[in-house]
Design a protein around this ligand. Sequence first.
Ligand code: FPP
Length: 385
Amino acid sequence: MSNSTPSTVSPSLQYLPNHLLSQPFPARFRRESRRRLDKVTTTLVVTGSFPKLDSGTVNMLVVATSGTGYILGTGNATVNLSGLCYTCAGTMMIAASSANSLNQIFEISNDAKMKRTMRRPLPSGRISVPHAVAWAVIAGASGACLLASKTNMVAAGLGAANLVLYAFVYTPLKQLHPVNTWVGAVVGAIPPLLGWAAASGQISLNSMILPAALYFWQIPHFMALAHLCRSDYAAGGYKMLSLFDPTGKRTAAVALRNCFYMVPLGFIAYDWGLTSSWFCIESTLLTMAIAATAFSFYRHGTMEKARKMLHASLLFLPVFMSGLLIHRVYDDNQQPVLEVAGLSNSASGEVIQTQRRKKRAAQAPVAYSSAAPFPFLPAPSLYSP
Ligand SMILES: CC(C)=CCC/C(C)=C/CC/C(C)=C/COP(=O)(O)OP(=O)(O)O
């Protein structure tokens, strides 16, 4: 076999920089590159399911967002560890096992045509459809029952509703219209809300901050993937925005716009008493960094820049969530929001709100400057005890 550049570049190698592709590669290096790129692509791109062929990276993120939502929703320093574990386990069963299995059952023939998914258990024939259906039903029902019995009905309802949204709305929409990415972003934004509801039994305004970040974050993340894997998506019969955008300009503009939408979130988290003012700085720096990669992709429109944006998105989420957890404001004197599992108590909610506002007023004056550049934020309140 010749060591010169291959005439037909493997789909895995097509994302290598041109200067590398033009070099003569030893065959062993080419094979190794292909193996590694396939593994990375599979790991980064694919949502895993049971039995696991693809990496569970996305599922781990889903469970992590739900756990983060739970801790934030607890509102005080002491986190109920068993509640946290039940929430993560319930989310894992509904999302990773049931939702993903149903998604892959509906997409067997599409997955079989795509390089990154053809080795999944169903298209490769390693498990049968009845086996996968049985697994999806058992895991989904058990996950919902676990959430209902060990946390509350709000969390169980959110999990079940999201399962339906993912498997029966988002999944068919992928083959119909590019709007699927935005519906998928709603699906991805629900797990932190589920976690918050599991801890507090209610959905409040400040429970929306992490879901909002997740929603906006998914757009640059999935736009990068859709651009990088456009030939694969086309082969699978999916209608991604990138397939109708040969230059990548529109895809990049959409990604950039959604990066900017994330900028106020740190200020809102602080203003609503969820985090300390440090988080404003961290969140702004983070969102500006991911926006810079989106802008660079917008300017140059290359695979290289799209890949940079993807990498930035992969770094963004864990760092953003860690920031929220590290700088979260809690109050150990607060009354539990829930007196009865599953039902909110508006009186204790009032107490918490008052305590949080009090805490906020006691914090650095940056509270007022934080709202200044964002006229759509709630007007700063001058609390007098
Ligand atoms: C509680 C609950 C049910 C949570 C669901 C969480 C979940 C599965 C989020 C993933 C969001 C998403 C759009 C993934 C891409 O799927 P895809 O179909 O585009 O992936 P694929 O192309 O690899 O099949």
